[in-house]
Design a protein around this ligand. Structure first.
Ligand code: PBG
Length: 337
């Protein structure tokens, strides 16, 4: 015991942590509702159904999603990202429902823009909810049972889908497919129709992750066979993410995304060092569900663990976070003000 002994210690980092006010002065990173993007699911019909695999989330009908967006905007959430729930009978091999102007996404965009024009509406562009394969692109099957996801044919389909969303009033198009060259092609297609003000948020480094399970459950969009490893990235790689980021910047992306988020914080910080573009990170369904499930069983404190997870994503260098916790987090942050 150092009874009565004063250490000769001129440098004491604890001085900077001695009170809430002092800690506030030193704080390097903040989390605010202004950083959040809320992914939302929209379906046909006139019912809102809770999503079992994503507690707290809902499949919204077009009639009610707009009023919910008003509430979210008033909570301080500036942007929503729309995903289509597509009934099996509307799926085909090509995924043609993806560019149907009467589809559920274009109708939801128009409804939200009419109700709350200030809300930024972002849309997911990829074919997996729309084709019978549950693959993000156009599939060619071969006699021997093997198959291929066709790149250039897919990019053409994605351009159709993006134009359909832009015509309905989307502010941001967010391609989640990982095909090569789609950013340049989407930019050219949008500009050719005069949509020079529509932004592109590229899923730049989207990994072939096992943590998308609850999302695929929500949409019924799991691949019918095979996996997504010929287009989504290998979780072992980080240099490849930088390569994708440099390509996306050169092709004209406005923002880049890393997905998943908390398991890939090194990728976020690596992209932060290599590009000047704003960076988004997607705290995906599995990352969300792990915290919700642990909190539901009483083992973790939901509020502090969720806020800590999201803060860590900001600390790694992300400007924006896509999270299913956005409405709840916005409420918590408001209480702390
Ligand atoms: C599909 C898409 C996926 C997610 C967003 N867009 C799933 C996938 O690639 O299989 C996952 C989101 C999540 O897990 O929260 N284009």
């Amino acid at each position: 015991m150092l009874m009565g002994v004063m250490m000769n210690l001129p440098v004491r980092p604890r001085r900077n942590r001695k009170s809430a006010a002092m800690r506030g002065l030193m704080r390097e990173t903040t989390l605010s509702a202004a950083n959040l993007i809320y992914p939302m699911f929209v379906q046909d019909g006139d019912e809102n159904t809770p999503i079992e695999s994503l507690p707290g989330c809902t499949r919204w009908c077009v009639a009610d999603i707009a009023a919910e967006c008003r509430r979210l905007y008033e909570l301080g959430i500036p942007c929503v990202d729309l995903f289509a729930v597509v009934p099996e009978h509307k799926k085909d091999a090509q995924g043609t429902e993806a560019w149907n102007p009467q589809g559920v996404v274009p109708r939801a965009i128009a409804a939200i823009k009419a109700e709350v024009p200030e809300m930024l509406v972002m849309t997911d562009v990829a074919l997996d909810p729309f084709n019978t394969y549950g693959q993000d692109g156009i599939v060619r099957e071969y006699e021997d049972g093997s198959y291929e996801i066709l790149n250039d044919e897919t990019v053409e389909a994605l351009c159709r889908q993006a134009l359909c969303h832009a015509r309905a009033g989307a502010d941001v198009i967010s391609p989640s497919d990982m095909m090569d060259g789609r950013i340049a092609a989407l930019r050219a297609a949008l500009d050719a129709e005069g949509f020079t003000g529509v932004s592109l948020l590229s899923y730049t480094a989207k990994y072939a992750s096992a943590y998308y399970g609850p999302f695929r459950g929500a949409l019924g969009s799991a691949p019918k066979f095979g996996d997504k490893k010929t287009y989504q990235m290998d979780p072992a790689n980080v240099r490849e993410a930088v390569r994708e980021a440099l390509l996306d910047s050169a092709e004209g992306a406005d923002m880049l995304m890393v997905k998943p988020a908390t398991l890939y914080l090194d990728v976020v910080s690596e992209l932060r060092r290599h590009t000047q573009l704003p960076i988004a990170a997607y705290h995906v369904s599995g990352e969300y569900l792990m915290l919700k499930a642990a909190a539901a069983s009483g083992w973790l404190d939901e509020r502090s663990c969720m806020l800590e997870a999201l803060l860590s994503i900001r600390r790694a260098g992300a400007d924006m976070i896509l999270t299913y916790a956005a409405p709840q987090v916005a409420e918590w942050l408001r209480e702390e003000e």
